[in-house]
Design a protein around this ligand. Structure first.
Ligand code: ADP
Ligand code: MG
Ligand code: MG
Length: 199
């Protein structure tokens, strides 16, 4: 079973990984964006880690809802409200249980990803974080490691796509040939989930 401590580890592992990869994320956001994705998420997840330490929420749902709120209030770009919605809606779907199982997490995460698609209007193939998150949730039913592999594959598969949502879509065909920064950071988020699970 997955308790509040597991979800805290997921968020702190994400914060550490975003810290390590911030420059790469910003570099990916340079040719097809405004070169701020790494710094946006670094600011956001540092704030998440600090808040979780200070407020010590006691259930999985409370951990993710607090993290999501923090991202929305600290990240200015498109990715803040989108990741904030992902975590808040996933947390809300987990309810106030003290522990959840992997199937409950998978279903909750699917609810969260659906909410991101509704908020941003992106579908798979639009070259966004959705191209990572949808296959990751599909594979999570199998294992955390499978979700991680599917996420990494999904992020790489955004390179040949033309962006249809977000800032990169302004470039039209010139967005082709670049890996999407948000799809890349989503792969870090899912890799951190697998890390929290020890896989
Ligand atoms: P901004 O574009 O405001 O500077 P960021 O650079 O932090 O925001 O985030 C850009 C990433 O956000 C993109 O690479 C993409 O994955 C994601 N994104 C942008 N718009 C959408 C959308 N409508 N739906 C889903 N994801 C999106
Ligand atoms: Mg940007
Ligand atoms: Mg920006």
């Amino acid at each position: 079973m997955l308790d509040a401590d597991f979800f805290r580890r997921w968020m702190t592992a994400t914060a550490a990984s975003v810290d390590r990869e911030a420059e790469r994320l910003t570099a990916l956001d340079s040719p097809i964006g405004d070169a701020d994705h790494g710094s946006n998420l670094q600011r956001g997840f540092r704030a998440v880690a600090a808040t979780l330490e200070k407020e010590a929420p006691q259930t999985p749902g409370a951990v993710l809802m607090l993290a999501g709120r923090q991202l929305i209030s600290t990240v200015g770009g498109a990715s803040g409200p989108l990741y904030g919605t992902l975590l808040r809606r996933t947390g809300k779907a987990l309810g106030d249980a003290a522990e959840v199982d992997e199937q409950e997490l998978t279903e909750a995460l699917r609810t969260g990803v659906d909410a991101v698609m509704q908020l941003g209007g992106a579908a798979p193939g639009d070259k966004t974080m959705i191209d990572t998150l949808v296959p990751a949730v599909d594979a999570l039913g199998e294992s955390f490691a499978a979700a991680r592999a599917a996420a990494e594959e999904g992020a790489l598969a955004t390179t040949p796509l033309q962006a249809r949502k977000g800032r990169a879509s302004y470039l039209g065909e010139r967005s082709i040939g670049h890996q999407d920064p948000g799809a890349t950071s989503s792969a870090l988020l899912i890799a951190a989930l697998s890390e929290a699970a020890g896989e």
